[in-house]
Design a protein. Structure first.
Ligand SMILES: [Zn+2]
Length: 280
């Protein structure tokens, strides 16, 4: 099993990969640059190259996460230009580090009167970015938290946006378990239904990564608050079981974005995960 967690690039890209190995992760996620800004980063190419070599050597899988202000539904032309340039920068950095994809949140609603306009803007933004991108690293669309019925909370929307873009082969998916639970997509007891629907849609064929997070709030609450896997969350060990069995067979990397604090560190959570679901 490729269990992992989000790590800091405080000590560079190679440093992040080495730290992941040190705490027992076999996969990891990082921010390619400052997560609060769309500013372009002139990154250290040799550090990125060393990171890529290290990960190949250790069979470590990585994904990156685009900065928080990255909206696939930008409201002005100026904002769109910023988002496009920033995403191309994220793709360059992540490709240089050997990552399989850059996670981007599905867009949020901008016009309640005309929801289709949001999907159209999203597809145009993806087309503009991917028309200029020829690397191996993909864009990984992530499902939103949000009350049932809000944009980006269903597998249908994710699959359709990918299909309607000009470059579906450059787009994959990242399934966030907390978001799925918060939105009611997965309520903890309907996993077989999610699988049935996802397989019929072809969603799982393009699933590249899992964001493995418990939820501080009950299902369908619409609240995006991550909890530790075995502690303080509403998803029980029994409910995790179905999902784990499915992803174990598929060998999809599962990366935590859980609170990393003194009593429950990522290192401890990784040990608990490996103990509960040993490899092979
Ligand atoms: Zn996530």
């Amino acid at each position: 099993m490729k269990f992992g967690c989000h790590v800091s690039i405080r000590d560079g890209y190679l440093g992040a990969a080495q730290y992941a190995t040190k705490i027992g992760a076999k996969a990891y996620q990082y921010f390619p640059k400052n997560p609060r800004s769309l500013s372009i980063k002139d990154f250290d190419r040799s550090d990125a190259k060393e990171c890529k070599n290290y990960c190949q050597d250790k069979q470590l899988v990585s994904i990156s996460h685009s900065p928080y202000p990255t909206s696939l539904v930008p409201t002005t032309d100026k904002k769109k230009k910023q988002v496009v340039e920033s995403l191309l920068n994220d793709l360059h950095i992540s490709d240089s580090c050997g990552s399989i994809g850059v996670v981007v949140h599905f867009g949020k609603h901008i016009d309640a009167q005309d929801p289709l306009a949001s999907y159209q803007i999203m597809i145009q933004t993806l087309n503009t970015v991917l028309g200029q991108w020829n690397g191996d690293c993909k864009i990984l669309l992530e499902n939103n938290a949000g009350k049932p019925g809000t944009i980006g909370t269903t597998l249908e929307e994710l699959v359709q946006v990918r299909k309607l873009s000009n470059y579906p082969e450059k787009i994959g998916f990242c399934f966030d378990t907390c978001h799925a639970f918060a939105s009611g997509l997965w309520n903890g007891n309907n996993w077989q239904g999610v699988v049935h629907n996802g397989e019929a849609l072809g969603y799982f064929d393009h699933l590249q990564a899992i964001h493995l997070n418990n939820s501080k709030y009950p299902t369908a609450s619409g609240k995006d608050r991550h909890a530790n896997i075995f502690h303080h969350g509403h998803i029980s060990k029994e409910q995790w079981q179905d999902l784990m069995e499915y992803f174990m067979v598929k060998k999809i990397p599962m990366i935590m974005e859980t609170p990393n604090h003194q009593e429950i560190t990522h290192q401890r959570e990784l040990a608990e995960l490996h103990k509960t679901w040993p490899e092979g």
